[in-house]
Design a protein around this ligand. Structure first.
Ligand SMILES: Nc1ncnc2c1ncn2[C@@H]1O[C@H](COP(=O)(O)OP(=O)(O)OP(=O)(O)O)[C@@H](O)[C@H]1O
Length: 501
């Protein structure tokens, strides 16, 4: 978040809280309750150790995958007790040791051996199960023997995820001198063109910006590409990304190219997968009965009309001291909820597609560094982001497709850790939640709530929300009067990552 934004929200806090005794007494009440809760949480660790026409197929596919592979997985795990058994170069073993990867995760045990044999892979495993290293290790291993430029290209649906994948390649490939670059929207094209001219081995990109460079950057071509990876492949192959992806795929070589598709949810629609030009792929599916991990506790709260904000504040208060992601359906809601949290003295930051790239990076950095305990985000943060400190995911708005639900709640309980997700279900969301429960194959239990506490918060939260809305409206009007609205829209358009929500 920019200094300007901080100052503005700070001003809302100062002015409004200063004026309103009711709000300051709410903040005091919340603080007192927070201390009480913190003690409770310290004493007993409560977190214990799990519009989409593809939904049905996701279930079928995963359940089938689980049946097909459970025995195999067990065998692989027994055989592959260490990375040393994988027959990869010593530099990669050293990198794994440096990262404290003591043994391969099940998806790594399953996917790396056929990948090392040169097979195309469809990798399917739950969120947080180490899929990134499962595709990075075989690529880096091959790169060690054949260090040519533009060797591999990894496509990801969001800028933040692309950056994170680059970091994984950097930490695994540093010892062997692998050069990587991240090519995403919202950043300077000329700087990226310069980076591409340095002939990196690995390019991690969002599709829209990669296409821009393929069309406009002289001297850059992927004609000799050896590896193409689609991370979050089902998302990349969906309708929204379809046209740009097809244009990229047309340009890329199919001969001599190995292709990997990875995700926690995968379409089983053959025609969709065929677009990626896979050659006789090996399907590596690692899944339990449900797609979400066992260490994730999932609950819901049925929220009466008009009380969503109050329920959310109640929850944030119950889990004060924890690191939380709140998902909203719209950018405006993300901005509003973040401001509401800050007004009520919960430290929050917003992440959504209306922010410029510096603001987005700034927000994520603040959250990762623990300087904000709440990230209020749209689905731009739903897939792939690996922030180990996240304890709780709250669905303020229920996602309209079940796959998004699985990816959202997968931002917690990663790499064997425990986590919790809570979904706020209004009268309008009943159908959506039923569909999600069907995909999960289980009913979500209801979260216990202290209704008296909620009712005691109601007036103050509504009042605070009213003030936030007024402040946000005032800011928008000011922006429009300065002509910022049009300028900002123009800039956003020029900046636009064609593929992002
Ligand atoms: N072999 C390993 N041992 C221990 N930790 C590992 C191992 N492999 C990966 N990890 C860690 O597990 C975490 C999750 O990995 P990663 O982000 O690749 O998950 P993912 O399966 O891609 O999740 P998502 O589906 O949400 O994108 C990371 O912090 C990573 O460093």
């Amino acid at each position: 978040m920019t200094a300007e934004k901080k100052a503005r929200i700070g001003a809302v806090k100062k002015n409004k809280i200063g004026k309103s005794n009711e709000l300051s007494s709410l903040a005091a009440k919340i603080k007192a309750k927070a201390l009480e809760n913190q003690k409770k949480l310290e004493n007993s660790e409560e977190l214990s150790s799990g519009s989409d026409d593809d939904d049905e197929e996701v279930v079928r596919d995963l359940q089938k995958g689980a049946k097909d592979t459970r025995e195999d997985t067990k065998d692989e795990e027994e055989v592959l007790e260490s990375f040393a058994d994988l027959n990869v170069v010593p530099e990669l073993l050293e990198a794994c040791r440096n990262l404290n990867f003591t043994k391969p995760t099940p998806i790594q045990a399953k996917a790396i051996p056929p990948a090392l044999e040169g097979k195309d892979i469809i990798g399917l495993a739950q969120t947080g199960s180490g899929k990134t290293a499962a595709f990075a290790i075989p690529i880096l291993n091959k790169l060690w023997h054949d260090q040519s430029p533009y060797y591999a290209c990894i496509l990801a649906p969001t800028r933040e995820l692309a950056q994170q994948i680059k970091e994984t390649f950097d930490s695994l490939g540093a010892v062997m001198g692998a050069r990587t670059t991240c090519i995403v929207g919202g950043m300077n094209m000329m700087d990226q063109a310069r980076d591409l001219m340095r002939k990196p081995h690995i390019i991690i990109a969002t599709p829209g910006r990669l296409m821009d460079h393929l069309e406009n950057t002289k001297g850059f071509s992927l004609r000799k590409l050896k590896f193409l990876v689609m991370d979050e492949a089902d998302r990349l192959l969906d309708m929204e990304f379809g046209p740009v992806l097809d244009r990229i795929l047309k340009i890329l070589p199919t001969q001599g190219r190995t292709t990997y598709l990875f995700s926690a949810t995968m379409t089983s629609k053959i025609e969709k997968l065929q677009r990626a030009s896979l050659t006789d792929p090996v399907k590596c599916a690692v899944s339990n009965k449900y797609q979400t991990v066992d260490t994730l506790v999932q609950t819901l709260m049925v929220v009466p009309g008009g009380l969503k904000n109050t329920y959310l504040i109640y929850l944030l208060n119950e889990f004060v001291g924890k690191t939380i992601i709140v998902f909203t359906r719209t950018k405006a809601n993300a901005e509003r909820i973040s401001a509401l949290c800050n007004l009520l003295e919960f430290s929050a930051t917003a992440l959504h597609g209306d922010l410029n790239q510096n603001q987005r990076t700034g927000a994520l950095d603040l959250f990762k560094a623990g300087r904000r305990s709440i990230l209020v985000a749209t689905d731009v943060a739903a897939r792939g982001l690996d922030i180990p400190s996240v304890d709780i995911v709250i669905n303020y708005d229920i996602p309209v497709d079940s796959k998004s639900y699985i990816h959202r709640v997968g931002r917690t309980a990663r790499a064997g850790r425990s986590g919790k997700s809570i979904s706020l279900v209004s009268q309008y969301d009943l159908e959506l939640i039923l569909r999600i429960e069907e995909v999960l194959g289980k009913k979500l239990p209801k979260e216990n709530v202290d209704k008296d506490m909620i009712m005691s918060l109601r007036n103050s939260v509504d009042k605070a929300n009213g003030e936030v809305i007024m402040e946000l409206n005032r800011r928008n009007k000011e922006k429009a009067a300065r002509g910022g609205g049009r300028r900002a829209r123009m800039a956003a358009k020029m900046d636009m990552d064609k593929e992002e929500r």
